[in-house]
Design a protein around this ligand. Structure first.
Ligand code: URA
Length: 216
């Protein structure tokens, strides 16, 4: 598939009407709609509550996630877990996934360094994300970082301008976006790290309040 145009329609065509989430997960395990599968260990599909209050969408699996086959199990996941706890959102109320399901990386010495997925790679993966949203029907979708936010809200979306706002999209739950936990880890100073952690917690607290309004 390398060098071939990513084929979103081919992915969508592989998802039969009436498929369950478990069936979609199995189909995604063989996804070759773009070239990222070649260098990745495995597809990292979403996981969590069957009927989540919140769906969290990250960018793509990191090094640990690629090896373990589960989203947000590395250092960024630990930042996220602490922020969810501080905001009063239980992990049992959450389904967590990524806009792109394969790890995109480049080698630097012994390390595998994350590379940002392209618009085409995000587009190719989109049917899996749409299926996850349609089948789990979360009350609120929270995009973690600009990649997920742009996947859901369009390429013009700017986190710096619209962080924490809620957006309505046809046939989707309300969508909001906050800082990515990896951005917290990359913050150059303690002060900035602290400020970004607080933004993440504050935005998740707004989500928790919205959920209380929406009800069960
Ligand atoms: N960063 C992401 O966006 N997703 C993960 O699963 C891990 C790190």
């Amino acid at each position: 598939m390398a060098g071939k145009k990513p084929d979103q329609a081919a992915v969508a065509a592989r998802i039969p009407a009436g498929a369950t989430l478990a069936q979609v997960r199995r189909l995604a395990a063989d996804c070759k709609a773009c070239g990222l599968w070649r260098n990745a260990t495995q597809t990292v599909f979403g996981e969590g509550a069957e009927r989540p209050a919140v769906m969290l969408i990250g960018e793509q699996p990191g090094n640990q996630e690629d090896l373990q086959g589960r989203p947000f199990v590395g250092p960024a996941g630990r930042v996220l877990d602490r922020a969810l706890e501080a905001a009063g959102i239980g992990r049992d109320a959450v389904y967590i996934t990524n806009a792109v399901k394969h790890f995109k990386w480049t080698r630097k010495g012994k390390l595998r360094i994350h590379q940002k997925p392209s618009a085409q790679e995000i587009e190719a993966c989109r049917p899996w994300l749409d299926a996850e949203i349609a089948l789990t029907r979360p009350k609120v979708v929270v995009c973690l970082g600009a990649t997920a936010a742009q996947a859901m809200l369009g390429s013009k979306f700017r986190l710096t301008h619209h962080r924490g706002e809620f957006f309505s999209i046809a046939q989707k739950p309300p969508v909001t976006a906050t800082v990515h936990p990896s951005a917290v880890l990359r913050a150059p100073t303690d002060e900035e790290r602290h400020a970004m952690t607080q933004q993440l917690i504050d935005d998740l607290k707004v989500v928790a309040r919205k959920l209380r309004k929406v009800g069960p």
